[in-house]
Design a protein around this ligand. Structure first.
Ligand SMILES: CCCCC/C=C/CC(=O)SCCNC(=O)CCNC(=O)[C@H](O)C(C)(C)COP(=O)(O)OP(=O)(O)OC[C@H]1O[C@@H](n2cnc3c(N)ncnc32)[C@H](O)[C@@H]1OP(=O)(O)O
Length: 391
């Protein structure tokens, strides 16, 4: 009979599913069988603890499932409740292995760990090192040149999804940019995406549970959107690739939006059990009429750059091949215009509806807080985390 002593291993990543603290060590399963011996299995468990790089949540889930299958056999414990996000994801991963024999699970565990072993780590670190020379490590890179404060979302491996920290950094960045020497501020994205919206793991990785995360999320979101409503200088988006969720809705608060013809605009709120934010429940119907806004905000219709231009969401579309050159040349020229004049003109335009925008923002945040705690939303996020669904 197997004598199993479990203890918790520290995991690599403080973000999503810190949760996945793997049960490791002292497993005595009796005689080794088949290809991977008990010793191989134990070595693999120790190797997991030595990994320096977070292998990612999908791999962690897989490791957890294989470990359980190898030690306990097929999953026959009750499915955790819908609010127990982490244990539910773990249960689903384990349960998905069905009747996979223990020995095969053990072999698969050993194989998987060996693919993450220091030698493969070293080679991938080599690649990362080369990237780091070109890219800075921060998720938001702010530069100031030619009268332009450029705010680049710099998390290309995650399609520039916005973490809680990034929201907070952007609030501070806009505060600084509102009083710096630049004439205009410009947002853009690093890599192939402009931004894939809210990082869907923001809520699953929160230490204080969903309710606490929803409360905090609503406070941060409200302040974040306020900082766009109140930004005093011309605010421009250089949309270099696909934009999703809040990266799209915020555009209604920008003064100009330039898009590559490779960009797309997608607000899958209903798919995610959520509701619109960033004042889009007001700006989108006003901009494009309620029928078109409904297609985007309720039905999640994805627009091409040209369609977004036709709806008034985008100022101009450029061929991707000349996008960067054309747009930045133009922005450098705009940044030479008299800054006070641009500020005052923006103030005149914005003041007509500032109060309304603040009220809409407050209401959207209250609504979203409740949505984040709904079963529809929790299921959608867990589906993404466990990769059953992709938009
Ligand atoms: C303060 C709180 C405020 C909250 C405000 C609320 C806002 C609402 C929204 O923004 S709703 C929109 C949320 N976004 C999404 O639903 C997008 C989810 N992502 C996807 O569907 C896909 O990743 C994709 C279509 C953007 C890209 O697909 P593709 O196949 O090209 O690439 P991958 O899926 O392999 O992505 C590469 C890695 O990036 C991770 N990732 C991408 N987007 C997100 C995201 N929004 N949240 C978390 N992680 C994201 C993805 O998981 C991959 O990571 P991995 O390599 O570790 O697996």
């Amino acid at each position: 009979m197997a004598a199993v002593t479990l203890r918790r291993a520290r995991c690599w990543c403080p973000s999503l599913l810190q949760v996945f603290r793997f049960p490791v060590a002292q497993v005595h399963l009796g005689r080794p069988t088949m290809r991977a011996s008990q010793q191989d299995f134990e070595n693999a468990m120790n190797q997991v603890k030595l990994l320096k790089q977070d292998p990612g949540n999908q791999v962690k889930l897989k490791l957890y499932a294989l470990y359980k299958q190898a030690t306990d056999g097929p999953c026959n414990v009750p499915k955790p409740g819908v609010f127990d996000l982490v244990n539910k994801a773990k249960w689903e991963a384990w349960n998905s292995l069905g009747n996979l024999p223990k020995e095969t699970a053990r072999q698969n565990y050993v194989d998987l760990v060996s693919s993450l072993s220091p030698s493969s780590e070293a080679s991938s670190q080599g690649k990362r090192g080369a990237d780091e020379k070109v890219q800075e490590s921060k998720d938001i890179v702010v530069t100031s040149e030619d009268g332009i404060t450029k705010i680049m979302l710099n998390r290309p491996a995650k399609k520039n999804a916005l973490t809680f920290e990034m929201y907070k950094e952007i609030i501070l960045t806009l505060k600084n940019a509102s009083t710096d020497n630049s004439a205009i501020a410009v947002f853009t994205g690093a890599g192939d995406y402009y931004c894939s919206g809210n990082d869907l793991t923001n809520f699953t990785s929160a230490a204080g549970g969903m309710e606490e995360a929803a409360n905090q999320g609503a406070v941060v979101l409200r302040e974040f959107v306020n900082s766009f409503i109140d930004f005093p200088k011309p605010l421009v988006a250089v949309v270099n690739g696909p934009a999703v969720g809040i990266a799209v809705t915020l555009l209604g608060l920008f003064d100009a939006v330039y898009a590559s013809d490779k960009a797309t605009f997608h607000t899958p709120f209903s798919h995610l059990g959520q509701s619109p934010e960033a004042c889009s429940s007001y700006t989108f119907p006003k901009m494009m009429g309620s029928a078109k806004a409904t297609e985007m905000l309720l039905f999640g219709k994805k627009l091409t750059a040209r369609e977004a231009w036709a709806q008034g969401l985008v100022s101009e579309v450029f061929p991707d091949s000349t996008f960067e050159k054309e747009v930045w040349t133009r922005l450098r020229a705009y940044a030479k215009l008299p800054p006070n004049s641009m500020r005052i003109s923006k103030e005149l335009i914005r003041n007509n509806e500032k109060e309304k925008l603040h009220a809409v923002n407050a209401e959207e945040c209250t609504t979203l807080k409740a949505r984040w705690l709904s079963e529809e939303c929790i299921n959608a996020i867990m589906n993404f985390v466990s990769r059953k669904a992709k938009l």
